[in-house]
Design a protein around this ligand. Structure first.
Ligand code: IVH
Length: 672
């Protein structure tokens, strides 16, 4: 059945309209219809295309996703090589560039330049034939790149069809641009990945690169990528006179061009604009690492020509990189949520761009080998993307011969499991699924309120500290430095100071709190109280015999065993030793204090008890210093569950209040 002419016409009209609205939205940043109206157009087009599938063309705005995953990317040549740019960092170097250009051209008047933000993403080439997007590739080595057409098609701001409202589209157009990820989209993506236990990206650039090089376009489509176009390769059927005209025309064809690009006359204006961009930089929602200065006149560009790797007519005026020099004291391992092991450089503290840095991730074993980083090396560190500290390279000329190459340990620094690595991966992993969560729980318990009571150190911060390699066991808490905290997301001067103060305060503790904090199986707050009351001193608890422990009122055989075994374990004795060395002190027990093991604890009874009347049980609780409540609330410590319990049990469960059996209750009050 032939497609009715009016349908064909409607489809064409819808596509043109949608393309125009994409242009208003992505290029001009000035939409003229609401999102709902736009969605309605898309919806109508999709319906028509579903009904008449023979009308679907690859350049239809509905056809962004849908290509099947590829096995690998095909190599494609760049007909005009994608060169790189020479770098400059100072106004002097820029003035020298200007002088060189003038000298080469034999000109002594001011030259017209374009000045454009230098995007920190990855370069791509888009090929349009008769206005239709047919091929897209990465820069690769500048001469050959990878065919990532299907991935580029998923980027909403890349037109599948060029507009020809103002300027007719050329026969052939090769456009160059930078694909990037916006800063807030990058942070959102990383937060989601963290939640899913996936490794996070170090910076927006890596996230963009990783997303574009996905074999499955569906994955790319789910990543918020964007593009700014800044130049052309081959063009047939149109000619330009200036770079400025290139930028303006690309825009008219519906390609996104950075609105901060400008035309200036004379190099001093360019230098001024660089100052302006440097100051604007933190406010931009995308990363720029400098400004590109290009001779505007294309004829002059032609005359100037290119050197082996870079053109004579352009220069990258980079922003002063935030970098410094320091020494690597050690390379330690951190364990991530998913078991990923990351080597971390511990350095002598150094200020980089106003922030003190002490640690930097070294990513993986291969990266350390590639950069040839050794323990004891003097290194250049910088804050990549101005956030994450990074070791740029070692200063080999400063080596003394005492530097030690890094050897990847074979065992997990936290749980001791043998590390594993997939043949095609660079990352070693701890295979023990309990490793990270158990450590995180152990530490979170240690710092919790009834234990060492370190205010401001919740489970989330504990996880951050482990992931960053700052702590890998309990005593490390007492060696945290301010710089460590400042390197974590969410910490500023004040919050870092507050946490350090809280850690310091927690060093002074009591025996029951300390015993509870150790996390010995079956030793809850009440048992910790009992032990403390009985032994009065830590060393006495540590050296108690099994018989002695069993003889304590309120401590049953199972609990006694658990305590005994825990203190027999050399690892645990070491832990205590290290805590005391770190400055933890235990206040002496008040000798003549009454025996009140239930002090401060509140109980609720539900159901009937077998061994005694409810009233008797209540009296017992009170005599041991506890309180009895009639209803379950958030402040209830224990709900004692007898036979045929009532709704209080439900409520306890709902509120997450601890429930104990009659048996457990009897043990607690020393009747068993
Ligand atoms: S022009 C021959 N303009 O910088 C000149 N490049 O070293 C080719 N870049 O990865 C580059 N923004 O993708 C030019 N406005 C801009 C740019 C820009 C970012 C990147 C480019 C390449 C590198 C060149």
């Amino acid at each position: 059945m032939a497609v009715p002419a009016e349908v064909l016409e409607r489809i064409k009209k819808l596509r043109d309209e949608i393309n125009y609205h994409n242009y208003r939205y992505y290029v001009l940043d000035s939409p003229v219809i609401s999102d709902e109206e736009y969605d309605a157009l898309m919806h109508e087009l999709k319906e028509l295309e579903e009904k008449y599938p023979e009308t679907i063309t690859p350049d239809s705005p509905t056809q962004r996703v849908g290509a099947p995953p590829s096995e690998k990317f095909r190599t494609v040549p760049h007909h005009v090589p994608m060169l790189s740019l020479d770098d400059a960092f100072t106004p002097e170097e820029i003035r020298e560039f200007d002088s060189r250009v003038k000298k080469f051209l034999g000109i002594d008047h001011d030259i017209e330049y374009t000045v454009e933000p230098k995007m920190d993403g990855l370069a791509v080439e888009l090929v349009y034939e008769k206005g239709i997007f047919v091929l897209g590739s990465t820069r690769g080595d500048g001469y050959n790149g990878e065919d990532v057409t299907n991935n580029l098609r998923t980027i909403p701001s890349i037109p599948l069809k060029l507009l020809s409202m103002e300027v007719p589209v050329p026969e052939l157009l090769e456009v160059r641009g930078e694909v990037y990820m916006e800063k807030d989209a990058f942070e959102k993506l990383n937060r989601e990945r963290e939640k899913q236990g996936l490794p996070t990206f170090a910076n927006p650039r890596n996230a963009a690169a990783g997303s574009l090089r996905q074999l499955d376009p569906k994955v790319t489509a789910s990543r918020p990528l964007n593009i700014f176009c800044y130049g052309v390769g081959r063009v047939q059927g149109h000619s330009f006179k200036t770079q400025w005209e290139v930028l303006q025309t690309l825009k008219k064809w519906g390609l996104r061009v950075n609105p901060l690009a400008k035309k200036v006359t004379g190099i001093e204006k360019a230098i001024k604009y660089h100052e302006y961009l440097a100051q604007l930089r933190p406010e931009l929602n995308y990363e720029i690492d400098g400004m590109v200065i290009k001779v505007n006149d294309l004829e002059l560009q032609e005359k100037l020509g290119t050197k082996a790797k870079s053109p004579r007519w352009a220069i990258a005026y980079k922003f002063e990189a935030a970098q410094s020099v320091t020494r690597i004291i050690d390379i330690i391992l951190s364990v991530g949520r998913t078991g990923a092991i990351t080597p971390v450089a511990v350095m002598e503290p150094v200020k980089v761009g106003g922030v003190t840095i002490r640690r930097a991730t070294l990513h993986n074993e291969d990266e350390i080998k590639k950069k040839d980083i050794r323990i004891g090396d003097w290194v250049i560190v910088r804050r990549a993307g101005d956030v994450i500290p990074e070791v740029v390279k070692p200063l080999k000329e400063r080596r003394t011969g005492k530097e030690k190459p890094f050897v990847m340990p074979k065992y997990c620094p936290v749980c001791g499991s043998r590390l594993v690595k997939k043949p095609d991966e660079a990352i070693w992993r701890c295979p023990n699924p309990d490793c990270f969560p158990r450590l995180a729980k152990r530490i979170a318990h240690f710092v919790s309120k009834p234990a060492m009571d370190i205010e401001g150190l919740g489970p989330k911060v504990v996880e951050q500290l482990i992931t960053a390699g700052i702590i890998r066991d309990i005593p490390d808490l007492y060696y945290i430095k301010k710089e460590d905290l400042l390197s974590l997301e969410g910490f500023a001067e004040k919050s870092a100071d507050n946490l350090l103060k809280a850690i310091e305060r927690s060093k002074k503790t009591t025996l029951p709190k300390f015993l509870f904090a150790l996390g010995i199986r079956h030793v809850g707050e009440v048992t910790a109280q009992l032990l403390a009351k009985h032994f009065k001193r830590l060393d006495k608890v540590m050296n108690a015999s099994l018989e002695e422990l069993k003889a304590i009122k309120g401590i049953g055989p199972e609990v006694a065993n658990s305590i005994y075994n825990w203190f027999q374990d050399e690892k645990n004795r070491q832990l205590i030793k290290r805590l005391l060395e770190a400055g933890v002190t235990i206040e002496p027990m008040d000798e003549d204090e009454e025996d009140k093991p239930l002090e401060g604890k509140s109980f609720v009874f539900t159901g009937s008890l077998k061994s005694m009347k409810r009233a008797e049980a209540k009296k017992l609780v009170i005599s041991l210093g506890g309180r009895v409540q009639t209803t379950v609330g958030h402040n209830t410590d224990f709900v004692v569950v007898g036979e045929n319990p009532g709704s209080k049990l439900e409520k306890a469960k709902a509120l997450g209040v601890k429930t104990i059996s009659e048996e457990e209750f009897l043990q607690m009050v020393g009747k068993k």
